[in-house]
Design a protein around this ligand. Sequence first.
Ligand code: HEC
Ligand code: HEC
Length: 390
Amino acid sequence: MRMYSVVFTMLILVVIACNKTDQIITTPTTTGNTSIVNSALLNLPAVPFDYVNLNLPAFFFVNVGGGAPSSVNGIDNTPQNNTVTNHGATLGRVLFYDKNLSVNNTISCASCHNANFGFSDTAILSKGFAGGKTGRHSMTLINAKFYQRGRFFWDERAATLEEQVLMPFQDQTEMGMTIPLLLQRVREQSFYSTLMSNAFGDTAINSNRIALALSQFVRSIVSSNSKYDVGRAQANNLVANFNNFTAEENEGKRLFITPVQNGGAGCFGCHTTEAFVAANVGPRNNGLDAQTTTDNGAGQGAFKTSTLRNIALTAPFMHDGRFSTLEQVVEHYNSGVKAHPNLDNALKTPNGAPLRLNLTNAQKAAIVAFMKTLTDETIATNTKWSNPFK
Ligand code: HEC
Ligand code: HEC
């Protein structure tokens, strides 16, 4: 009798679990027999690239103490049920570059997230499948994994990356698809069943698996091979002067990381850690406009900011792409911050007025020079993140 009720309860639980169709299912972390993808269209290695081991330098995991945190410990938004596997990210890579997954077969995710431009777009607004423009400037995908809140888009309307990656397909400007049409397009291409089976253990194709794989690919894109990283690895901490930096770059670094009250420009408080990502407080108003424009962002003109790594490659800048150069961005923080009612406290003086940094021209140039040391050329040259289609 007792045994019977246990089995019965388990059955009920299974039924409840199966009814939750929107639930993200578990990814097997090990796959048994994997097959080489033989396709005239694809160029994939016999042994998948390594997406699991990011080989991050040790300093990524060390806190310098004082001021803003520098370690990335605890800010990884990877959910337990979607850890990156080499086969999962490989499938994600193919989906990411597949133009057949837009309604008229013209664009892929990579059309607006180009590895040569830090996985962003050079256009102020990107062009969708029918030539229509997106509502905001495209965002870099680098270090998406290191945003602790794990929410996505400038207004953070996607609660998780797994939720976000299915939205561009269904966006009527971007890719113009429906989920049933997406599944049909994936099923029509024979190589996907092998890729699915390598990644998930069988050939079934569903939107959940597409979301898991794309998220794995995006989370694998992490930058740690810039001039900054070379200098940081040789220094005891990020405050010390770096041997490989010019005097100007070291001065820019000092200004960037030092709080305003200590004579710096206070950038590191909001663009923080060795991943140079937004702090966990979430969207902020950085004084671009005196009043909320037609774009309310996450509310009252507050917007998410993504990583500043590879920032020199991702122009134009801000959610509306209003600045075309880093010089303009620095001048904004120096003299252009507007007194919006929701302006972040970090950009106000003690009496509530918008902060004026009063930097010299040399100091402004130094901050720009420092941001350019965050450029990592390997993001664009590493084959594992490149287009696998022949
Ligand atoms: C037509 C251009 C276009 C296409 C195609 C496109 N995106 Fe985007 N992407 C954008 C724009 C624009 C934004 C910012 C939109 C916003 O915040 O409202 C964005 C934002 C994102 C973000 C949020 C990043 C962050 O830090 O919050 C992710 C992730 C992303 N896209 C992934 C993808 C994936 C995966 C695909 C393919 C399935 C894709 N995108 C297809 C233009 C595009
Ligand atoms: C109060 C927090 C805060 C401070 C302090 C701050 N920023 Fe920002 N930063 C933001 C936010 C929020 C955005 C995105 C705003 C938007 O697009 O509406 C942003 C955007 C940027 C961008 C453009 C990013 C992109 O992908 O387009 C750059 C570059 C930048 N900041 C550099 C700096 C520098 C340099 C400093 C120091 C002088 C600084 N920030 C200080 C919050 C801050």
